[in-house]
Design a protein around this ligand. Sequence first.
Ligand code: SF4
Ligand code: SF4
Length: 374
Amino acid sequence: MKTTVAVERCDSYERDAVAEAVRKCVGHLGGMANFVKPGQSVLLKPNLLRGAPPEKAVVTHPEVVRAVALLAGEAGGKVSLGDSPSIQQLAATLPKSGYAGFMREMEIKAQPFEDVREVATGLEGPLRNIEVGTPPLDADVLINLPKLKTHAQMYMTLAVKNLFGCIAGKRKLGWHLKAGRNYEYFGRMLLQVAKAVSPALTVVDGVLAMEGNGPNSGAPREIGVIVAGTDCVAVDAVICAMLSIDPNVLYTHRAAREQGWGVTALDEIELKGVALDEVRVDDFAPARKNDLILPLPAFAKRLLRRLFTSRPHVDAQACRLCGECMRVCPVEAISMDKRVKIDYDKCIRCFCCQETCPHGAIGVKEGLLARMLG
Ligand code: SF4
Ligand code: SF4
């Protein structure tokens, strides 16, 4: 049987417009009562990368989260909300991101993912077991609420990638370190996290998306959609089709195809709501490609990496020397004196620094030859 993905237009974050679009999308999937039974615990997992005003398009917009919480509450669920930002405490991100008011009004409890449980991934190598926060594992119903954004390391952060936030805060850096530059392997691990927490429903905030230097400092871009589905791999495939992006550029999509988990082919997805052609975007600015994995001797790889691959680049004018990038770098490639310096030989191009910089001072710079060759 085909899986369903629903797309509805939503051109603003005006409360009633968002509630209507979310209600229609969830309605196409059978309504919230299909997912939430009275008395069940419901955990909402938005993208709260860091505390940031909603207009920056860094976090899932509070109106989208509120609309989903309202439906889950109407269905009789006991709603809480959790995420695990890499640097800040969850409690600090909520007021900055516009969540505190509606959470207080609706009596939604915040659940940081501090306690973890080890989950076997079925992968060989250092990511054989991963530690996942217990709230997403133990909730009766997990609802995944991603923001539609680009991502320097993973190309896009959509439904599957948003679930990496189920790993407790700073432990994420350890997983980056373990995966190193092997992004295929990292993509497989992300898929395993999605499998482990297995959200019942995904509702994507694609009203104001982020393009370019995502997931932290890209440019907000109006796309004007809410997308929902039960299969997060299929949701990602539909969003890629809508943005005219080949879904195979996503490491998570390739991992899903390889493992036969989730629906990757568009012809196996039933689309409901507006037709994709009505919301298609042909000029979405992607994140830059970031690394080169070739079977070459180390010195040759180093040279080619410098010439071809993208790397984090600090804008000294914008940098406020806060040191956050230095604290998150999993390989200690960053040092700071009167300015921030990056040791590119050590750097594994995980882009945690770019993702974390609170002042948008880290961009992604293409290698010289890559620039010359276009
Ligand atoms: S996180 Fe950003 S602002 Fe802070 S030191 Fe690093 S580059 Fe500078
Ligand atoms: S410098 Fe930035 S991109 Fe490089 S390893 Fe450190 S955090 Fe990752």
